[in-house]
Design a protein around this ligand. Structure first.
Ligand SMILES: Cc1cc2nc3c(=O)[nH]c(=O)nc-3n(C[C@H](O)[C@H](O)[C@H](O)COP(=O)(O)OP(=O)(O)OC[C@H]3O[C@@H](n4cnc5c(N)ncnc54)[C@H](O)[C@@H]3O)c2cc1C
Length: 276
């Protein structure tokens, strides 16, 4: 099927993009197009106008500033796998990105687009929550910063308001000696996640666990002290109410959640001990 008719704009400045986005609720950002174009072709999404941000060079930044990784809105998911800076300081971003689609889709799809799309199976949503990232947004009305932990409101629902554009994602460098781990299970290699677990463990045993598909948004669990304790992890996750959808049943997800949580925490703890 072909998309419903829409207007197309490709501004070359951020101000021009924000002005266009302020023009109406049916006007939407086009970044990598890997989710939006497909939805338009199926006509499950019918924006009246697209603002293509691909010609705005200032959105391409990927750099460390004052202990934070700044990921501009045009940074592609594949960059998380290829940039030595990311591997050196933020390995959890690379570990999660490895499960996002295929190399071909990651070369177009953006990190910011994944967060704005807020798919319940979107690996990077769990990773930015685990790393306590901030999402900087701008509109013609001004700018604000939203913690990733407050950004996701439900499947495909975020704290973004009409006319707002994510300009960058800021990810703090994990604390000294922190280790991280990411585990995922899917029906077939590269299918959408049935369940995933991201973990950050500190040398003192403090542990942050974030599960994907275990709730309608990335689910944070304080797993401090439970890292090597199978029963404690099972107890922590006993009350989860996972998604029940075409990828997997809630019952299946309930069974695999402690397994993946244990593995992600084990990997993170091994990294913490090694000081990576
Ligand atoms: C075959 C295939 C497999 C895939 N598998 C996975 C997977 O396993 N895991 C996964 O997480 N994703 C997967 N995806 C989706 C992919 O990662 C998309 O790239 C991502 O969901 C959206 O990023 P994008 O840059 O392509 O955004 P677009 O498709 O351009 O936009 C998506 C939505 O986000 C909004 N948006 C985009 N950028 C911004 C911004 N800067 N500010 C405000 N709003 C914005 C758009 O308006 C739109 O509503 C897959 C896609 C394909 C085609």
């Amino acid at each position: 099927m072909k998309p419903a008719p829409f207007a197309y704009h490709a501004p070359d400045s951020l101000d021009a993009a924000l002005e266009l986005l302020a023009s109406g609720n049916g006007t939407r950002v086009l970044a990598g197009g890997q989710s939006l174009v497909q939805a338009m072709k199926f006509r499950t999404d019918r924006p009246s106008a697209l603002v293509d941000i691909n010609r705005i060079p200032e959105l391409e930044t990927l750099e460390e500033r004052e202990g934070e990784l700044h990921i501009g809105a045009l940074v592609r998911q594949q960059a998380l796998l290829e940039e030595p800076l990311v591997a050196a300081g933020w390995p959890l971003l690379a570990a999660g990105a490895r499960f996002v689609g295929y190399r071909e889709t990651r070369r177009r799809g953006t990190v910011a687009g994944s967060l704005a799309f807020a798919a319940p199976w979107g690996e990077l949503t769990a990773v930015v929550v685990a790393l306590d990232a901030a999402i900087d947004v701008r509109s013609a009305r001004g700018e604000r910063s939203i913690r990733a932990r407050e950004f996701f409101r439900g499947p495909h629902q975020t704290a973004l308001e009409p006319g707002e554009l994510i300009v960058s994602v800021r990810v703090p460098r994990p604390a000294d000696g922190a280790g991280t781990g990411f585990q995922e299970v899917s029906a077939r290699h590269r299918d959408y996640a049935q369940l995933a677990a991201a973990a950050v463990v500190l040398p003192d045993g403090a542990a942050e666990l974030v599960l994907l598909c275990a709730a309608s948004t990335p689910l944070r669990v304080d797993a401090s002290g439970a890292v090597d304790d199978e029963h404690a992890i099972e107890e922590l996750l006993a009350g989860i109410e996972p998604l029940d959808d075409v990828e997997a049943s809630a019952a299946y997800r309930r069974r695999v959640a402690p397994v993946l949580a244990r593995r992600a925490l084990r990997d993170a703890a091994a990294g913490a001990k090694a000081g990576t």
